[in-house]
Design a protein around this ligand. Structure first.
Ligand code: E4P
Length: 214
């Protein structure tokens, strides 16, 4: 499973890249607003650091506007994946952009029918928002399982990008279901590293080694 970082923070990315596990980045308007700089400049920097797929979201809500923004993003950097919300207008835009060879990540997916339609129009990625479903007492990971099953039946090329991830158990479940990618806040990636028995074990090994040398 690929790991993407869900962030607009250069600091987060710089700290995670040396680990060798970051395959890409997803951004959204909210994450970019948090950073407080020129979003385009920050996204350019992210592309240079990651050299992998970097999702940048369109702001227009009509298909012609989304298509124009999508083309502009695609020309901006070779690593850009255009993020388009799942709406009727969004679907039209995805079809046009995908037919032109532009990679599209369909965002704000909350149902298996949305995921099926996104795949049919040629989305490169579908982003089911798991945490936001869990937040309203709905089964977020259940949606991922349904999408994985549907895509396998038809051999769609669309990759399942698990989004709105809240903790390491979402990562575990995504991997068990065979999702292609999990996009995580930096804090969730850090949490995936931690195990108290590793810390306790290492402390004892170091102590014992020091004692043996005496
Ligand atoms: C994914 O592409 C989105 O940026 C993100 O995962 C949304 O997560 P949130 O529900 O924590 O805002």
């Amino acid at each position: 499973m690929k790991f993407f970082v869900d962030t607009g923070s250069i600091k987060d990315i710089e700290s995670l890249m040396p680990l060798g596990i970051v395959d890409g980045v997803t951004t959204n308007p909210t994450l970019m607003a948090k950073e407080g700089g020129d979003p385009r400049k920050i996204i350019k920097q992210i592309c240079q650091l990651v050299k992998g797929p970097v999702s940048a979201e369109v702001i227009a809500t009509d298909a012609p506007g989304m298509i124009a923004e999508g083309r502009d993003w695609a020309a901006f950097d070779e690593h850009i994946v255009v993020k388009v919300p799942f709406t009727r207008e969004g679907v039209k835009a995805v079809k046009t952009l995908a037919d032109e060879g532009i990679k599209v990540n369909v965002t704000l997916c909350f149902s298996p029918t949305q995921a099926l339609i996104a795949a049919k129009v040629g989305a490169s990625y579908i982003s089911p928002f798991i945490g936001r479903l869990d937040d309203i007492a709905t089964d977020g990971m259940g949606l991922v399982q349904q999408i994985v099953d549907i895509y396998r039946n038809y051999d769609y090329a669309t990759e399942v990008l698990v989004a709105s991830v809240r903790g390491p158990m979402h990562v575990v479940e995504a991997a068990r279901m065979g999702a292609d990618i999990c996009t995580c806040p930096a804090s969730v990636i850090e949490a995936c590293f931690k195990h108290p028995l590793t810390d306790i074990g290492l402390e004892k090994f170091l102590k014992d080694w020091a004692a043996a040398k005496k």
